[in-house]
Design a protein around this ligand. Structure first.
Ligand code: GLY
Length: 565
């Protein structure tokens, strides 16, 4: 990774008693904008676009396409995502290019004859694939708010796919771990293995079919994906493997412009993604519940602060299971859920010295009227800001490459509730609001978020991590606003998570001190469990506005890069 000459290292030291083994994380500084993503190559694409005079939207779209090449575990053409944009003039908009259930989908499509969920049908089969939205969404965003041509912004991704790039250790390990799952799909093995053996660090990954697909999109726009050769290959893959997506699904797919969900927190404006993501609603609900309490005085990582945040999370995630789904199909009570008075009432039974039981927490009610993703943050020198989270759902999605396209297919259908109160891959529960219906978008937790104050952007953030996306985003915001941390510390500091069910607090290794764990246990908290998966909770690649310019921080839990133009 190479920072550009204008960028220089900034804030080197993070001293925390919770993470003694961490290498000092670094944010980078830039005067003319900033890009932070999980992939250094993709960040370079975004920074180059800014350097050429493109705005943050051009950079986000070019980077989105590049991530499909350089970070195929989550970057995608055949997945979906959400983009929250705040233009320099204060206009806020959100693009929803979430996948949809195919027309042939049925409510009980993942259940056997006895009504039980068939293991892995919604995650590792052709039936797991939702109708992709990324290409329609990115092109729509570019057309409305970008300044560069489709050919220009798609050029770097196409080149990276055709010429290839050296596989780093992270990707080599990741791909090796995926091979057993991919081995039944020859088109996946042809790209993501070296003649059936794992790729090694330093090998060059060339993706010729993906380059040709990107070239068709460059030449024909939306029709290069949803019609013609790409569409035919995708539908043929579905037919061969027993999937449901047909040409009519592709013809009908459209991304949707939505009004961002907004709230306030200690004089800051919170701008985030509305349903069909649960992320923005839950984030604002959590901040509303926490606002009356002095988290700063309690102190970062204290048992008091963790107790307050966990109790808020328990209540908000219970509401998620009952009330959140695609608002085009279910009356999601968004206004009620983000109302400060509702938060007060919801938290009225909170006890400062005693944990509640998740079994006692029921979803709130209203009067009748009423796990691999990736996040990238962008800002340009004019102050246009973009928070972008995109996904195939699990790492490398369904693991299925649609033969001849080079594209990995998502397994987003698992984000629906296959059966009421039955956990999905992230342990999340859902009911009627998130039941499967043709054309419906599955509920997400993605939380691309922009924080502003006094009419100016302060922070752009978000994260992958399934159900932990929302609590990761919450913690970055609380670290900045309550604990006064700089961006390096706010992103690097250890995290914890609670999601109502299961009734457990997971925390990063060394993330809670033994004293804190002891006090939480004494208050009755259950299932305090060190997080054992991957490198930590979340991957919050974030950007912050400073008086002198911009700070960018790639989450130090994973490789990635923040780069200035
Ligand atoms: N697939 C993860 C999410 O959308 O929440």
């Amino acid at each position: 990774m190479k920072a550009t000459c204008k960028a220089h290292l900034f804030v080197l030291i993070l001293i925390t008693s919770f993470r003694a083994e961490a290498i000092a994380p670094e944010a980078v500084f830039g005067e003319s904008g900033m890009v932070a993503t999980r992939s250094a190559l993709a960040s370079q694409v975004g920074a180059d676009i800014l350097a050429k005079g493109g705005n943050a939207i051009d950079a986000a779209v070019a980077t989105g396409f590049a991530l499909a090449v350089t970070y195929p575990s989550a970057g995608n053409l055949a997945g979906g995502g959400f983009m929250v944009i705040r233009l320099a003039d204060g206009t806020i908009i959100a693009n929803d290019h979430r996948e949809r259930a195919p027309l042939a989908a049925t409510r009980n499509m993942y259940l056997d004859k006895d009504g039980n969920v068939v293991p892995e049908l919604s995650t590792h089969s052709h039936l797991a694939v939702g109708v992709p939205g990324t290409v329609d969404g990115l092109l729509d965003v570019l057309e409305k708010y970008g300044t560069m041509s489709r050919r220009e912004v798609l050029a770097p991704a196409t080149l990276l796919a055709r010429r290839g790039f050296p596989i780093d250790l992270d990707m080599a390990r990741d791909l090796e771990a995926q091979l057993p799952r991919m081995s039944k799909y020859p088109a996946s093995m042809a790209i993501f293995s070296h003649d059936g053996k794992p790729w090694k660090r330093g090998d060059v990954l060339r993706q010729k079919d993906l380059a040709a697909t990107l070239e068709r999109i460059r030449a024909k726009g939306r029709d290069g994906f949803y019609k013609g050769q790409t569409a035919e290959l995708l539908v043929a893959e579905m037919q061969a493997g027993g999937g449901l997506i047909a040409q009519q699904d592709l013809d009908e797919y459209q991304s949707v412009w939505r009004e961002p969900v907004t709230g306030t927190y200690r004089d800051h404006q919170i701008i985030s993604m509305p349903p069909p993501s649960s992320g923005g609603v839950l984030l604002i609900q959590l901040l509303n519940m926490l606002e009356p309490y002095d988290l700063k005085a309690m102190g970062f990582g204290s048992a008091d602060a963790v107790h307050h945040m966990v109790e808020a999370e328990r209540r908000a995630y219970a509401d998620r299971a009952e009330h959140l789904g695609d608002p085009d199909f279910f009356p999601v009570p968004i206004t009620k859920l983000i109302d400060k008075n509702y938060a007060l009432a919801r938290f009225a039974d909170f006890a400062p010295d005693k944990s509640s039981r998740s079994t006692d927490i029921r979803p709130g009610s209203f009067p009748a009227e009423s796990p691999d993703t990736t996040h990238a943050s962008f800002i340009d020198k004019a102050g246009n800001a973009v928070a972008y989270t995109t996904t195939l759902n699990l790492s490398y999605g369904s693991k299925i490459v649609a033969s001849g396209t080079g594209m990995l297919l998502n397994n987003e259908m698992d984000d629906f509730s296959a059966k009421p109160d039955t956990p999905n891959a992230y342990g999340l529960l859902g009911r009627e609001a998130n039941a499967i219906q043709p054309r419906k978008r599955m509920l997400s937790s993605m939380t691309p978020t922009i924080v502003a104050k006094d009419g100016k952007v302060v922070l752009v953030t978000g994260s992958p991590g399934g159900s932990t996306i929302i609590t990761t985003t919450l913690q970055v915001i609380v670290n900045v606003i309550d604990h006064g941390m700089d961006l390096s510390a706010a992103v690097a500091s250890p995290r914890f998570h609670h999601q109502w069910q299961p009734d457990a607090i997971i925390f990063e290794k060394n993330g809670l001190s033994p004293d804190t764990v002891k006090v939480l246990n004494q208050r009755g908290h259950q299932g305090l469990t060190p997080w054992a998966y991957g490198r930590g909770i979340g991957d919050a690649n974030s950007v912050m506005v400073l008086p002198e310019g911009f700070a960018g921080m790639a989450d130090p839990r994973n490789p990635g890069a923040a780069l200035a133009p």
